[in-house]
Design a protein around this ligand. Structure first.
Ligand SMILES: Nc1ncnc2c1ncn2[C@@H]1O[C@H](COP(=O)(O)OP(=O)(O)OP(=O)(O)O)[C@@H](O)[C@H]1O
Ligand SMILES: [Mg+2]
Length: 505
């Protein structure tokens, strides 16, 4: 059990952080004891990442003081923060894809032997020691690009632990994971804290938070609302959501049924490669079809081939009975398909452009109102985009704000907004609510429902089981790149989905 009496190792006191037009943190106090897991939760834009960037030295606070191990600091720099043993594992991938895990862990600080030769054996040994100590099971000699997202995440964590860390910050570490891999991260957190290292853990998966946290702090609009002792792993989820939002929220969205019409969208004999299985399915007007399966089952690959994000070997795609020519994403946009990819930062947004420009990016292209790649007269569309910003509750001081300055979850909402404005007819959503807080999720589900009521259809890939179950009219189970079963009505339940996905039916 972790002692949360005595003096904390870290105390951030009276922290204020102002950006132009935004007060991200107001007079916030937050502390961490040695060896505890302290979770931070709050709505998108509440200030969680900003507080952690102050701790990692990336941002200078406007005012406040940081007490760490008996010393006081007005602000930290990245170098100072690292030298104190504070390490942050970012969500963005900062590993070199063409190097293996060991090389990545030691990049820029390679161990050398007598004569200045790189000590490959020594480095490998250090990595194996660490893996053993923290019970991490990966093959560190594989190149990063050949590793799964979750193994890459473990490499990032190993890299941080190599530096004698005292506090490890994890900002949404499992947002790209399936349940099984997320479980591995939770075990790792336990093993890290048992070695006396403190973990600050940020997540929108509140169940996960209650499983792992010794204490939980809820922040809202840059203020601490409450800090709970969670030694008994028993803080109620609705207490957390009420504090996050300021009023009780219903976490279980009840979908309003929509009228399901004739077949609207059809995929016939789609093959990704010459030897891959052939995939055929159709979606009706007003229908939401969920593609479910284990991570790596091929769900994402199927939808990427449909929208032209990746090439396909063969197969035909029909919309309203008409065969479409889709060779690339542009063709699919023109045909009326929206594809919201799982990787928002890399594929969904132009981070340096404004919220307005991003939101108009597809819609205006679609309406041929873009010349030579430059949007003109954006401002005449400010009103409809402002409407979308309000509907999705995108937290931004203005439409002119650069997307890079929005919080992670609000960036994701801009991606959704962009496609809503584009008014497509077939919507492909791949992990649409990753990183989105509970309250905004409910808003997003309302928008999905509105799309189907307006006569569109939706294909959804999601690892979020409650989302899959409550939103899908029909579920197709993908296994080894193949659609192996179809579930409707009462068959849509967690047990059946898992059984079919694993193929143990
Ligand atoms: N560099 C910046 N410039 C301007 N505003 C910023 C900057 N960084 C953060 N903000 C603003 O500060 C507020 C807090 O953002 P922060 O990223 O800390 O939120 P968060 O709690 O991590 O949210 P999420 O759950 O969406 O990741 C937001 O309104 C955000 O737009
Ligand atoms: Mg964040």
């Amino acid at each position: 059990m972790t002692p949360t009496n005595g003096t904390p190792l870290l105390k951030m006191q009276g922290i204020v952080k102002e950006f132009p037009g935004v007060r991200a943190l107001s007079n916030l106090t937050f502390d961490v004891y040695k060896g505890e897991c302290h979770c931070l939760v709050g709505e998108n834009g509440a200030g969680k990442s900003t507080l952690m960037k102050i701790l990692s030295g990336a941002y200078t606070p406007t005012s406040g003081i940081i007490h760490f191990d008996g010393h006081d600091y007005k602000h930290l720099t990245p170098a100072l923060s690292k030298s104190l043993g504070i390490e942050i594992v970012y969500q963005e991938n900062d590993l070199v894809p063409t190097m293996n895990a060991i090389e990545n862990i030691f990049v820029g600080k390679e161990m050398t032997r007598f004569g200045g030769f790189i000590d490959h054996a020594g480095m490998a040994e250090r990595v194996h020691e660490l893996m053993q100590r923290y019970k991490i099971d990966i093959d560190p000699t594989r190149n990063i690009e050949q590793m799964s997202v979750s193994d890459q995440q473990f490499v990032k964590i190993l890299k941080a632990l190599m530096n004698e860390s005292r506090i490890l910050i994890m900002d949404e570490p499992t947002s790209m994971f399936n349940v099984e891999d997320a479980g591995k991260v939770l075990n790792l957190v336990r093993s890290i804290t048992s070695h006396g290292i403190s973990v600050i853990y940020i997540s929108h998966f509140l169940k996960e938070v209650v499983q792992i946290a010794d204490r939980i702090t809820v922040i809202r609009d840059g203020n601490v609302i409450n800090t709970y002792d969670n030694a008994g792993r028993d803080v109620p989820l609705n207490t957390l959501t009420r504090d996050m939002v300021g009023r009780p929220v219903d976490m279980f969205y009840q979908k309003e049924p929509s009228e399901i019409g004739d077949v609207m969208f059809e995929v016939k004999d789609l093959k990704l490669t010459k030897d891959s299985p052939s995939v055929s399915f159709s979606v009706r007007r007003g229908e939401i079809v969920g593609l479910s399966g284990m991570v790596g089952s091929g769900r994402t690959e199927i939808v990427r081939a449909i929208s032209g994000a990746d090439p396909r070997y063969s197969g035909d795609i029909y919309l309203n009975g008409e065969k479409l020519t889709i060779r690339n994403p542009r063709d699919s946009i023109e045909a009326g398909i929206a594809h919201i990819t799982e990787d928002r930062q890399r594929l969904g947004l132009n981070l340096n452009a404004s919220v307005l420009e991003n939101a108009l990016m597809v819609g205006l292209q679609q309406k041929n109102r873009m010349r030579k790649g430059i949007l003109y007269n954006c401002n005449s569309y400010a009103a409809p985009i402002q409407g979308i910003v309000e509907k999705l509750k995108i937290k931004t001081p203005s439409l002119q704000q650069a997307a890079v300055n929005l919080s992670g979850g609000n960036q994701q909402k801009v991606v959704l907004g962009k496609w809503l404005f584009a008014e497509q007819s077939v919507y492909i959503f791949d992990e649409p609510t990753r990183g989105i807080d509970v309250n905004a999720k409910a808003e997003f589900y309302k928008q999905m429902t509105a799309l189907t009521h307006a006569g569109n259809c939706i294909i959804m890939v999601s690892s979020d089981m409650p989302e899959m179950i409550s939103m899908s009219d029909r579920i197709l189970i993908v296994r080894n790149g193949e659609i192996c079963s179809e579930l409707t009505g009462d068959e849509i339940n967690e047990q059946t989905i898992i059984r079919e996905a694993l193929g143990v039916g």
